[in-house]
Structures are given as structure tokens and as C-alpha cells.
Design a protein around this ligand. Structure first.
Ligand code: AMP
Ligand code: ZN
Length: 665
């Protein structure tokens, strides 16, 4: 086998494994074996840029930036669906159809209605060439770069696909992936996303495709349009799409009568709660394509399809009390404490009210009978009030003006929906919240110490900040409630062991606002030592790839605070890691020290992310835009003309991928 064949064979094999893993949910090799093969392919491709292929499995990590999304006119219009809400609605629809089709026997394909963002994918000669959002149905945005990072979408098809067609589907965020994203956001001190649908559609419009690649997006397909597809029914269409490599849920069913359709609806109205993603109904489609063509379209939707909307799971219950939670950043969240009630299989006692505006909008009051719904949100939400049951002496809710924990007057800055307690260093909940974050699993991961013990230690006056943890003695801890000699010993040992936790996690543990796990990693890599990070200006921080102004200001502010500086000095003296270890530095050189690179375009032998990593590992900095401070512009294929012009006007040297590799090797 020559190199070219070897590369092609590896690509083919990896495509198959991607398909097994992401589409069929049935991997046949371990993640490790997969990574090894991917690495082998990447190395072969690096040595042989002449065999570049835009559909290679090595290109799924993203990295290309879209500054503004081009508008594309859909070759085939993307229609809406008519909605129905009852069996009667559906029977009426069937009668209308039957009138048009005469006495022909009509069958239906029932599918679930996936709740996400619609997408149209264009394939030519079996390759994905374009992905466009629905937009207004006539034209949408070209989001191809972002879509290519979704691994369940095939870049190269298999089997007997037609030469050119569009396929429609829904981009979704599965519930567990969504929950995980929110966990990470909360850990970084940010507000969680509201629901999977909006987050999925927002993801399509992110400028940095590498960020899209990190989100656990998925794509479920349901319709093929185009001439000469050779397809004669909706059901066959789904089967064909599956054969060519697309992810088409297996729950679709061919039904011979409205009774069968109703049975499908009733079944899934209950069972949908056990699906890994959200659905908001069933789509019933006339099965025969010939019938579909006879029926045609109204001004906005096909006559041959009908959506049946599930009723959102909703119950009513009494709101006993509104309480207010204080987060570790001081943000106030109002919480509705409810008369416990059963909803979608779980007992609900609390619901989120989000912020003061939400309470005002709903005019929700203590003692009210409220309607509670459960969607993709982690906690259920209140969607309305049954005014007819409002007690006569009811008064509008007065939002609190002072912190329920420390009495400090709350502030609300323009443009922020939340109220904040600004007593950051005196508010007990904020203090314990910060210590709890510090010890948490992804931060210092201190064994033998939990959230409740932190509260206890604080209440007993044994700790006032996270640095105090390191001077706790067994004798101090032992007398605490539920502590014994063994557990006290474990706690002290757990704290002592945490001094080996690497720098990037220590940085995350400090609890700097907006500095989550990933940002902490970036900062640790870029600055290598906490002293360098402390000395960094906003401009220097922004020069680090993916660090924006909001993060930069937060970092600078954090290191201006006397208490934080004192804590860090103490933690240093206890032996915590405040710089990259020798090991972490090993793969790194200083040959690019003092140089800032801007990277643009597509590269042949390395991914854009790897190239950036090489710059950082060798002491250089990666900048996001060209300025007079830029040392070099590394230009790949398809680099935007504006970048080139800007570099030329500022006299920034433009170098090729090969030039760059020459600098570091
Ligand atoms: P609507 O937005 O309420 O007009 O509903 C139409 C949208 O439902 C389409 O644009 C699709 O994105 C979406 N949809 C979700 N699942 C399906 C499905 N199985 N068949 C057709 N459309 C679907
Ligand atoms: Zn407070």
C-alpha cells in the first residue's frame, strides 16, 4: 500500500468509527484506539499535505472563525408545519386529504418533532458542501464551518446516494450534554443557559468553530429534497438517509390509519420523557411521495404534513413562600417554595423565578395558585398564576432590597437582570460559597472535606477564607459535630495532599469571576507563573487567544484586591502550585519568546488549534487580531483578504505554514 492509499484507508476507517460512535451509538473500538488511529492519520497528513481532503476526520476539531455569516437563498424553500392539538384536528386533516386524493388508500409516517434549530444540508457527489439555517424559509445563514464540527453529520456519504440533494434536520443539544455545559458554567460563576433549544440555535452562530466543536451538539434528520432522488415514500426516505450515514431516530413508524397514528401519539406523549433529547410533538406525514406531490403546499406549509403538539407537562400548586439565594459571586436568585406536587414523574418542591423582572412580569405572590411546567430546564419554572384563586388579602411581591444573609443593600447595574450583594468579603454565604468552590472536585478536589463541613468550620470561626484550610489541625477539627479522630485525620491529610494539584486547577479554584476550567488552563499556559499573571495588563490578557475583555477586567480586578493578594501569598507559603511544573514545561521552548502571532486560514499539515498550541508551547503568544504589536501573520489557505490588507498596511510580515514550522523545528 502506498502512502496515499494508507491515508485514504485510515480516513475511511475513522469515518466508520465516527459513524458507529456518534450515529449508531455503538462503538466497536476503545476511545484510546480511536485516538491512536487519528494521531497516525494526522501525522501522515502532516507529512503529505498534497493529499489534503476537506472531509478528513482530522478536521472535526474546528478552529476557523466566521466573522459574519453569508446569506444563502434556499434552492428548495423550507416550509413551516401546521399545528394540531387534538384527535379531532387530526381527523379533520385526514378528511381534507382524502377529499383531494379521492379514494386512494393513504398511509402515514409518524416521526417525533425534535425541539432544536432547523438546518438544511447540501450534498454534492456525496460530500457536504453547505449547511444553512432556516432563516425566514426563503433564505438563511451559511453556517457550514460550524456544522462540520458536529460529528454525527457525515462529511462523506456511503452507499447509493443521489448526485445532489438537500437534507433537512434539526440541530439539538441532548439533555445530559446540556446539563454538563450548565454545570461548567455555574462552576465558572456564570448564569446557566435557559434551555437546550436556544442554546443549540445560539451555538450555530458562534464565530469560533472550535467552541462549537466543544459543545455536545447532535443532528437528527427527517427529510430529503431534490430531483431524481429515486425515493417513493417518506418511510423509505428515512431508511435511505440512514443507509447513507445520517442519524435518523428509529422511532419513526409507518401507520395505516388515524387510529394507529393516535396510538403512536399517546405512546410517545408519555415515553418522550425517557428520551435523551427534547421533543415537542409528533409530525404526521402522508407516506407516498406521489400523494405528497398531488397535495402540494399552502402559502406557508405542506398540505401533506401535520404537527401534533404535545401539551407541556403542567400542574398547578400553591406557592408557599418566595426565598432568596445568594450565590458565591453575590448574585441573588429568587426561589419559589411550593406545596409539593407530582410533575413529569418527579416530586417538585421548588421552582426558579430567575429575577425581579420575572416576578413582576408574572405578578406572582405568596399564597397564589401557580402553574408549573417542566421543560429542558434543570429546575421547573412557574409559567402563570391562577388569578381566580388568589386570596383576597393578597399583596404584590416586594422584591428584597437587602441581602438576606448579611443585610447589605443590594445593587443592580444597568443591563444586568440580577441583583447583587456587594459585601463580597463579609457576606457569610459568599465566603463559604468560595471555599466550597475551592475544595470542589474540578478545583482542589480535597478528600475528606465536604460542603457542609465547610459551613461548620466557618460557623465555628475556624476558617474565614480558603487559605485558612491549610493551618487547620486535627485537634481543632475533632470536636466538631459528626467528626471523629479518623475523619478529622482524613480532612487534614486531604488538605495537605492538595498542594500537588497543578497550577491550572489552583487558578480555577481561586474563584476569579468568569475564569472557568478552560480559561484557567489557557491562562496557566500563557503566563506560566502566577506572578506573570498578576502583573498582566488588560491588553496583555486580551492578547491571549479566547480571552475577552470581560474576563481580562475580572482577572485584573481580582489581583488588585489586597485580600486576594494576601491569600495567594499565604497559599504560596504552604506550598501550593503557582507555576507550571517542570514536566509541563518540558515540551516547551522559549524560541518564540516576545513574539505575537496571528493565525488565519486553513492549514495543510497541522490543525489550527495545534498550530496555536505550538506557538504557546514555544513561548510565543497568539493574538486574535492584527495590530502594530503583531510580529507575524501565519497565513493558511482561504485566509480573508482583509487580514492580508491589514497586515500589509501595518508592515506585519506574512509567513506560510512551512516558514512557521521552520521557526520551531
Ligand atoms: P414550526 O417551527 O412549529 O413551524 O415547525 C416546523 C419545524 O419543525 C421545522 O422547521 C423543523 O425544523 C421542525 N421539525 C422537528 N422535527 C421534525 C420532523 N420529524 N419532521 C419535520 N419537521 C420537524
Ligand atoms: Zn450578603
Amino acid at each position: 500500500m502506498d502512502i496515499k492509499e494508507k491515508i485514504e484507508a485510515l480516513r475511511q476507517e475513522l469515518r466508520e468509527h465516527n459513524h458507529n460512535y456518534y450515529v449508531l451509538d455503538n462503538p466497536v473500538i476503545s476511545d484510546y484506539e480511536f485516538d491512536m488511529k487519528l494521531k497516525e492519520l494526522r501525522e501522515l497528513e502532516a507529512g503529505h499535505p498534497e493529499y489534503y481532503d476537506p472531509t478528513s476526520p482530522t478536521l472535526r476539531v474546528g478552529g476557523d472563525i466566521t466573522k459574519s455569516f453569508n446569506t444563502v437563498v434556499h434552492e428548495h424553500r423550507m416550509y413551516s408545519l401546521d399545528n394540531s392539538y387534538s384527535k379531532e384536528d387530526l381527523e379533520d386533516w385526514e378528511k381534507r386529504i382524502q377529499r383531494i386524493l379521492g379514494d386512494a388508500e393513504v398511509a402515514f409516517t409518524c416521526e417525533l418533532k425534535y425541539d432544536g434549530a432547523s438546518i438544511s444540508l447540501t450534498y454534492e457527489a456525496g460530500r457536504l458542501v453547505r449547511a444553512v439555517t432556516r432563516g425566514d424559509g426563503f433564505q438563511g445563514d451559511d453556517v457550514t464551518t460550524n456544522i462540520k464540527t458536529i460529528r454525527s453529520i457525515p462529511l462523506q456519504l456511503k452507499g447509493d446516494y443521489p448526485p445532489k440533494f438537500d437534507i433537512r434536520g434539526e440541530i439539538i443539544l441532548p439533555l445530559d450534554g446540556f446539563a454538563k455545559m450548565n454545570e461548567d458554567r455555574v462552576a465558572a460563576g456564570e448564569d446557566p443557559y435557559m434551555n437546550p433549544r436556544n442554546t443549540a440555535s445560539g451555538s450555530l452562530k458562534l464565530q469560533d468553530s472550535a467552541m462549537v466543536a466543544q459543545r455536545p451538539l447532535d443532528c437528527l434528520l427527517y427529510g430529503i429534497v431534490g430531483p431524481d432522488t429515486g425515493i417513493s415514500s417518506q418511510y423509505q426516505m428515512l431508511e435511505k438517509a440512514r443507509e447513507w450515514g445520517f442519524k435518523v431516530p428509529s422511532v419513526a413508524k409507518l401507520c395505516k390509519s388515524t387510529d394507529e397514528v393516535m396510538a403512536f401519539i399517546d405512546f410517545w406523549d408519555v415515553q418522550r420523557h425517557s428520551l435523551p433529547y427534547e421533543t415537542d410533538g409528533v409530525v404526521v406525514k402522508v407516506n407516498s411521495i406521489q400523494h405528497q406531490e398531488e397535495l402540494g403546499y399552502t402559502a406557508k406549509s405542506p398540505r401533506w404534513a401535520m404537527a401534533y403538539k404535545f401539551k407541556a407537562e403542567q400542574v398547578s400548586t400553591i406557592l408557599r413562600e418566595i426565598t432568596y439565594q445568594v450565590g458565591r459571586t453575590g448574585a441573588i436568585t429568587p426561589v419559589a417554595n411550593l406545596e409539593p406536587v407530582l410533575l413529569a414523574g418527579t416530586t417538585v418542591k421548588r421552582a426558579s423565578l430567575h429575577n425581579a423582572d420575572q416576578i413582576e412580569k408574572l405578578d406572582v405572590r405568596e399564597g397564589d395558585t401557580v402553574f408549573v411546567e417542566k421543560g429542558g430546564e434543570i429546575i421547573p419554572k412557574i409559567v402563570g398564576v391562577d388569578i381566580s384563586l388568589r386570596p383576597v388579602n393578597s399583596k404584590p411581591t416586594q422584591y428584597i432590597t437587602h441581602c438576606p444573609e448579611c443585610g447589605t443593600e443590594l445593587v443592580r447595574t444597568a443591563g444586568d437582570a440580577k441583583h447583587y450583594c456587594t459585601n463580597f468579603y463579609g457576606c457569610p454565604t459568599q465566603i463559604t460559597g468560595r471555599i466550597q468552590h475551592f475544595i470542589s472536585r474540578k478545583a482542589m478536589d480535597i478528600e475528606g472535606l465536604g460542603a457542609e463541613t465547610v459551613e461548620l468550620l466557618f460557623k465555628e470561626g475556624l476558617i474565614r477564607n480558603y487559605a485558612d484550610l491549610y493551618i487547620l489541625t486535627k485537634e481543632q477539627v475533632m470536636p466538631l459535630e459528626r467528626m471523629a479522630e479518623k475523619s478529622a485525620d482524613n480532612l487534614v491529610k486531604g488538605v495537605a495532599a492538595s498542594v500537588d494539584i497543578p497550577f491550572e486547577r489552583v487558578l480555577f479554584a481561586l474563584g476569579i469571576r468568569f475564569v472557568g476550567e478552560t480559561v484557567a488552563k489557557k491562562l496557566a499556559k500563557a503566563f506560566k507563573h502566577v506572578d506573570a499573571l498578576m502583573a498582566a495588563t488588560v491588553e496583555e490578557l486580551i492578547a491571549v487567544d479566547e480571552i475577552g475583555e470581560r474576563i481580562a477586567h475580572s482577572v485584573v480586578e481580582f489581583f488588585q484586591n489586597e485580600r486576594n493578594l494576601e491569600n495567594i501569598a499565604r497559599l504560596k507559603s504552604y506550598g501550593l502550585q503557582f507555576e507550571l511544573s517542570a514536566d509541563e514545561l518540558l515540551n516547551q521552548t522559549e524560541v518564540l519568546k516576545g513574539k505575537t502571532f496571528v493565525v488565519s486560514g486553513v492549514f495543510e499539515s497541522v490543525s489550527r488549534n495545534d498550530l496555536k498550541k505550538m506557538i504557546e508551547d514555544n513561548g510565543g503568544k497568539v493574538g486574535s487580531s492584527i495590530s502594530s504589536k503583531t510580529s507575524f501573520l501565519v497565513a493558511g489557505d482561504k485566509m480573508g483578504p482583509s487580514k492580508r490588507t491589514k497586515a500589509e498596511t501595518l508592515g506585519v510580515p506574512i509567513i506560510s505554514e512551512q516558514d512557521f514550522l521552520g521557526m520551531v523545528n
